[in-house]
Design a protein around this ligand. Sequence first.
Ligand code: ATP
Length: 456
Amino acid sequence: MIEQVPSKVDMDKLVSLCKRRGFIFPSSEIYGGLGACYDYGPLGVELKNNVKKAWWKAAVQERDDMVGLDASILMHPQTWVASGHVEGFADPLVECKQCHQRWRADHIKGGKCPACGGELTEPRMFNLMFKTFVGPVEDEASVVYLRPETAQGIFVNFQNVLNSTRRKLPFGIAQTGKSFRNEITTGNFIFRMREFEQMEIEYFVKPGTDEQWFKHWVDQRFNWYINLGIKKENLKLRQHAKDELAHYARDCYDIEYLFPIGWSELEGVANRTDFDLKQHAKFSGKDLSYFDEETKEHIMPYVIEPSAGVDRSVLAFLADSYYEEKDKEGLRVILRLHYDLAPIKVAILPLSRNEKLIPLSREVYNSVRSCWMVQYDDAQSIGRRYRRQDEIGTPFCVTIDFQSLEDKQATIRERDKMRQIRVPIEVLKSTLEAKLCGEPLDVLPPGGKKWLGFEG
Ligand code: ATP
């Protein structure tokens, strides 16, 4: 159940910013759209890729005990029988007898239609998996499913990864990728989509050490959001009550975020025990156990699963970084995104379109664009252009003015406090690199100085 607690930015503002600036569009919009499907535009794809990159860095690159995987979306249909999805991946569906809108029974308070107050039908279970067919014949024998989670691709590859990497417990497998669910209630922008992306880890441990590793991952994942700039007061942990736990889970925490729709799940961390490996061993007839060299015993590892949504993370990062400031020119909108997430890292802005400024501005642009996503913008006043960059979260703007032609220096202006420094163009790249890695703006390179508007 979603708690209706207002957050500081409403969803309409985010939807409008996303459309206006090219982050996110409704899917196939010219045909009227398709329910709960969205397309990421030029800036959205950068932001989304940066979220996945940051996750991969923390989950795989910076750890000794993790490897990656990219399993296919279509899998042998027995996978979903073994996992329990064919039988049980269903939500209770009710329909309003008056206006015929459909709802998830467990999302409704008071037993009446939330839209018109009409009477509802008895709930019936509705399986959320999308079906399609492999090969030319559309019969029961050729049915396959679009995966509703990426996790099962990891479990069925457990032995492949073990044999090819010679890993010892504990170790984990990480993957990002599309998942599909035929959700009943939608309408909260990219919070609940029918086609979405997940970032999942299955971390295999010796039974008996599972509780300790469970705590480790709850901690790690909670801090990942904080390290990327989400405010602590907008995040909380919620432990699942015993009667709420999935059939395979021994313990589960939701990491919840104060979305514009209220506190809701951003990520789930579950102790899945040995349920999945045992089920796949049973249904495939293959031995999926792990041989423990120390005890000379075959054991079935326990699994800790941190399961995050890419799209919900994108929504949380957008909502949390959205700021409005009143100034003399009206309203300044700023996305204070963590530098690692910002779609465009640097904008190169010649002071005006005067042709004398073009060669040097282009030269500077060409010298930095191989390092990051960089925009060149010479349209309209400099103030307007700063605002355009603030609105999409660009951390640094570099201005080339007439004095730059003389002294070969450029101004770097940072997004959050709008402070400026002036640095020699020959150290511009290394200076930007240091600042993007978090070096304070007032640490100056050789020949650099504080500039107009520097507030300390
Ligand atoms: P909910 O209770 O909101 O339906 P869930 O508990 O079914 O979510 P999980 O199966 O735990 O979700 O999936 C793990 C993560 O995948 C979620 O925390 C969420 O970030 C993301 N996710 C799940 N379903 C969707 C969806 N329909 N649209 C976008 N992201 C989703």
